[in-house]
Design a protein around this ligand. Structure first.
Ligand SMILES: [Zn+2]
Length: 423
């Protein structure tokens, strides 16, 4: 039994049954067992790890590095704790080091990461937990918030943006908070805070995004940790998951629910909530415009250029917020990595203000001669961005083509997009 497991039992933390005894030689490799697809169990009770022999990378840059067996090593390596060895292979999974193959006394051994420390690194094993692919993806998407960020007291855009990043990884989350915490030594009410978490209920193992917030000195500081767990969350006690097929809509529903669970104590997010709801209504009002713009652009390309639109994604989510748009722009088309199935059409809320609306004439398109259509400035922003996407796929490609080139301008004329609204 491992030390960690002993400690957990002492603390009453574990009631897991004992695993069946296994051969002492499982993580010792002999040169004879050379089947590339052989499945090997190289972990132990507390850190189970099954690998395929083909996962051992013997060309990794750490091969040849000196290392040492840690005091956490079990099974056959238990009797070698503290011994020096050499890395002969590295097992990498989802971009994380999962374990090592080491050479010691002329033999090769396989071990999970916690069993090995590199001589030139720290002498304690760090980041020993092997997260699943879903967690690695969420961590990458939330990299802006891994570590800490702080925001001006009433600023809510950070949470909204975080939720939108999360919406690229999942359609559904459960949101819960453990409540307000208060330190005895805090001399003012603004030195305390609240934790909450987003749990991805359909992931396996369960992915948990824990958000830790603290109010102090006119800012609130947010630290986020992302990990997965097989055993520590009771799915039946998770709050009802919140889901929506449209990415920005679901991210706003999550941000609204976050404001609700936080509002019970300490924080007041009424203004932020009203603003979010208002912008959701504005986005809703642009959806018919988006559908029509998509079909008009397609029709115009076919009729006038015998061409097809170049949209790189099938789905588009409309985002009415300031955080996704470059300074100086009113709208932006954004295409994310290949694992994000949607593109985002960002429109600043100021595109809806009355001064802008005065600049927007009714729309007259050659596709429907003789017809005029009331169009707001924001509707023209949508048409404009859809045209960029249809012609070039994404903004970078569009800029390489000079942004508003001859074809763009011709299409603008056909579609009834006034050129002075061309940016
Ligand atoms: Zn443009």
């Amino acid at each position: 039994m491992s030390d960690l497991h002993d400690a957990m039992l002492t603390l009453g933390l574990s009631n897991r049954p004992k695993l069946a005894p296994r051969s002492d030689l499982l993580n010792q490799i002999t040169e004879r067992s050379a089947d590339k697809n052989e499945v090997l169990e190289i972990g132990d009770k507390d850190f189970p790890l099954t690998i395929n022999r083909s996962e051992i990378n013997r060309k990794h840059k750490l091969v040849g590095a000196g290392c040492k067996i840690t005091k956490f090593a079990n099974e056959v390596l238990r009797s070698h704790r503290g011994h020096a060895a050499k890395v002969s292979g590295v097992i990498v999974r989802d971009g994380q080091i999962a374990g090592f193959e080491v050479k010691m006394m002329g033999k090769r051994f396989l071990a999970p990461k916690k069993d090995i420390v590199l001589m030139r690194g720290l002498s304690i094993p760090e980041d020993v937990y092997l997260n699943g692919a879903d967690t690695v993806r969420v961590r990458k998407l939330l990299s802006n918030w891994i570590g800490q960020r702080d925001y001006i007291g009433t600023e809510w855009g950070g949470v909204e943006w975080l939720c939108f990043a999360l919406a690229r990884a999942t359609n559904t989350v459960s949101i819960e908070s453990a409540g307000w915490y208060k330190y005895k030594s805090s001399s003012r009410p603004d030195q305390d805070g609240k934790d909450w978490r987003y749990v991805l209920p359909h992931s396996s193992p369960l992915v948990s995004v824990n958000c830790h917030s603290l109010l102090h000195d006119s800012v609130w500081t947010l630290a986020t940790t992302v990990f997965d767990t097989k055993n520590s969350i009771d799915r039946s006690k998770l709050p009802t998951p919140i889901t929506h097929e449209d990415a920005w809509t679901r991210s706003m529903l999550w941000a609204l629910e976050t404001s609700r669970v936080l509002a019970k104590q300490g924080f007041s997010y009424e203004r932020a909530k009203k603003d979010m709801q208002h912008r959701m209504t504005l986005a809703e009002s642009l959806r018919p415009t988006l559908r029509q713009a998509m079909s008009d652009v397609k029709l115009a390309l076919r009729l006038y250029f015998k061409d097809e639109p170049n949209h790189p994604r099938d789905q588009t989510t409309i985002v009415v917020a300031d955080w996704g748009v470059a300074t100086g722009s009113i709208g932006q088309w954004e295409v994310f990595d290949k694992d994000t199935p949607f593109a985002a059409l960002h429109v600043r809320p100021s595109a809806f203000n009355s001064e802008k609306s005065k600049q927007a004439p009714p729309r007259r398109t050659k596709l429907r001669p003789g017809k005029v259509q009331p169009y707001r400035y924001a509707d023209y922003v949508v048409l404009h961005e859809v045209l960029h996407s249809a012609l070039y796929g994404d903004m970078a490609a569009s800029q390489r083509n000079g942004g508003h080139d001859g074809k763009f301008k011709e299409m603008a004329k056909i579609l009834g997009l006034p050129l002075r609204l061309a940016d």
